[in-house]
Design a protein around this ligand. Structure first.
Ligand code: SAH
Ligand code: MG
Length: 231
């Protein structure tokens, strides 16, 4: 690489000072074009979600969910926020041939679309769709889970957390999506319409980073993913 031409690889190797950002659009592009992408029906589902502004996990987050699932080998997974079933399918497939995913969705049409997609992937017997408000449904659950993925109402993560801690086995994983919320969580001044969510997510991150019962890592991929291990 010649002169001062910017290179993502070179940039990854240099020392980053406090004032500098930790991600760059160029790095995001580089990652996006490097990771293995979905094919077939999941690719179609990504396209459908994009066209209909349905915020499914980004490819980098999907890749990490698969790795986490492969390492952790959960038998029972709980997801809050199904949308069209994309991440539930990703996780169920990464679990192999056994294990179940319970996934909660409040929106009736979304839940119906998810059911169809799950059937199409032949996962009807392993993914159970629970229609309703994530908090209310979680309050009614009692069997413990190995892995909980929070991806529903961002303003309610603190409320979900209490239920997630109750429902998570010791040694279980709590994975929370969208915790950096377009980067707004890290900004001092946030536009009014996003402020409440940004403040709540910041509180949520403080909570999961300092709770003695957990060990948490925040990963700046996708819209920000927090991975917490329940001790
Ligand atoms: N996990 C999905 C994306 C979920 S998007 C994927 O990556 O494929 C967030 C979803 O949460 C939306 O479908 C929305 O309808 C749902 N949602 C919002 N508030 C909710 C609530 N209170 N209870 C349950 N689901 C909720
Ligand atoms: Mg999300």
């Amino acid at each position: 690489m010649k002169g001062d031409q910017w290179s993502p690889v070179k940039s990854l190797n240099r020392i980053v000072t406090m004032e500098e950002r930790i991600t760059y659009p160029e790095i995001d592009l580089f990652l996006r074009s490097t990771i293995k992408r979905e094919e077939g029906f999941l690719k179609e589902l990504e396209k459908y979600a994009e066209e209909n502004h349905i915020p499914i996990v980004q490819p980098e987050t999907a890749a990490l969910l698969k790795v986490l699932t492969g390492i952790h080998k959960p038998e029972r997974v709980l997801e809050a926020g199904t949308a069209v079933g994309y991440s539930a399918i990703i996780i169920a497939q990464a679990m192999g041939d056994t294990g179940t995913v319970d996934t909660i969705e409040i929106d009736e049409d979304m839940a119906e679309a998810a059911r169809r997609n799950i059937e199409k992937m032949g996962l009807g017997s392993r993914i159970r769709l629970l229609q309703g408000d994530a908090l209310e449904v979680m309050e009614c659950l009692s069997t413990a889970y190995d892995f909980i993925f929070l991806d529903a109402a961002k303003g309610s993560y603190i409320e979900y957390f209490e239920q997630a801690m109750r429902l998570l086995k010791p040694g279980g994983l709590l994975v929370s999506d969208n915790v950096l919320y377009k980067g707004l969580v890290a900004q001092e001044q946030v536009m009014h319409k996003h402020r409440t969510i940004a403040v709540r997510l910041k509180e949520y991150l403080r909570l999961i980073c300092h709770d003695e019962r957990l060990r948490t890592s925040i990963i700046p991929i996708g819209d920000g993913l927090a991975v917490s291990l329940k001790l």
